[in-house]
Design a protein around this ligand. Sequence first.
Ligand code: DQA
Length: 155
Amino acid sequence: MRILVLGGPNLNRLGTREPQTYGTQTLDDIIELLRERAGSGIEIDARQSNFEGQLVEWLHEAADARTPVILNPAALTHYSIALRDAVSIVTETGTPLIEVHLSNPHAREVFRHTSVISPVATGVVAGLGAGSYLAALEGIRAMSEATRPSPETLH
Ligand code: DQA
């Protein structure tokens, strides 16, 4: 199985960007942890963009290939209807997409309390730092095991 891990604007600055909120791990550090946890059976395809349209196109690709997604939409979480519609294109195919946040946006400024993504995401994990990504991975793994045919039904 392959999982697409997408990051939105400014996440390439993790490590030095507001460390009191986001910690000191870089995005590469988080992806490395995710790869370790995923093990050899799951390929982690990690991408980051500061451009909304690029994220939309990657989500179309995920929808067409039915690739599960871990998405940190970053600031786009709070206002991008284009990204929301692209997330909906993924999840309406039955492909899981988990929205993740390093921080807990609900404990921060009021403008971060709204996510236009959450209503069309399969699930949301926030506030656990890199652990949000690891929890999303475990969620996707559990969902794929639940839907995989058991050996008895294969013959
Ligand atoms: C974030 C939370 C967003 O509000 C913020 O704009 C980000 C990062 C998080 O991971 O905590 O860029 O998505």
